[in-house]
Design a binder for this molecule. Structure first.
Ligand code: AR6
Length: 174
């Protein structure tokens, strides 16, 4: 598995699946969620509504999959990150679960290349350094990671990019 770091808009990345930092409603919102629904078009929202009708949205720490509409990727994996408040240990575990559940869905759908944004590090205010550490560890610890060819961490802001750059050089996170 190759780990890559990019400073980019995730809606422009050509991979099998991009991951969306969604909310429990699955109906879209701001941040990366807004960008994905805007550029991906109505097909994504329609599939999200179908999932909502079937299972009532998506819980924090869980993930669901749709096709990617007009985006260059094939799929969008929507996961719901935790809001950074209350029990911080619980929130860290929930963020790790977002990466784990997204990767499980990827493997189930034979996805070989996947791009993650910094889940919860925007509107949900999770500290970026802690979130990046959890993201890297969760990917490295995923038990079926050998079935994935490439994981890309896509950073939108300089701060996140620099944090990932520093952490990815550290061997003790592997
Ligand atoms: N490409 C890549 N990363 C992006 C992009 C983009 N186009 N746009 C933003 N980011 P956020 P959250 C980064 O707020 O904190 C929504 O309203 C951004 O810099 O999108 O999980 C949902 O509906 C940040 O590092 O997601 C939820 O209600 C990261 O993506 C709520 O926000 C995540 O920021 C979720 O909040």
């Amino acid at each position: 598995m190759i780990l890559e770091l990019l400073k980019a808009d995730i809606t422009e990345i050509q991979v099998d699946a991009i991951v969306n930092a969604a909310n429990t409603s699955l109906l879209g919102g701001g941040g990366v969620d807004g960008a994905i629904h805007r550029k991906g078009g109505n097909a994504i929202l329609e599939e999200c509504i179908q999932i909502r009708n079937k299972q009532g949205g998506c819980k924090v720490g869980e993930a669901v999959i749709t096709t990617a509409g007009n985006l260059p990727s094939k799929y969008v994996i929507h996961t719901v990150g935790p809001v950074w408040n209350g029990d911080k240990e619980e929130k860290k575990n929930l963020l790790a679960a977002c990466y784990q559940k997204s990767l499980e869905l990827a493997v189930q759908n034979k996805i070989k290349t996947i791009a993650f944004p910094g889940i919860s590090t925007g509107i949900y205010r999770f500290p970026k350094d802690k979130a990046a550490e959890i993201a890297i560890k969760s990917v490295n610890n995923f038990d079926r990671i050998s079935e994935i060819d490439k994981v890309i961490f896509v950073c939108f802001d300089d701060e996140n990019y620099q944090i990932y750059e520093r952490l990815l050089k550290r061997v003790d996170l592997e």
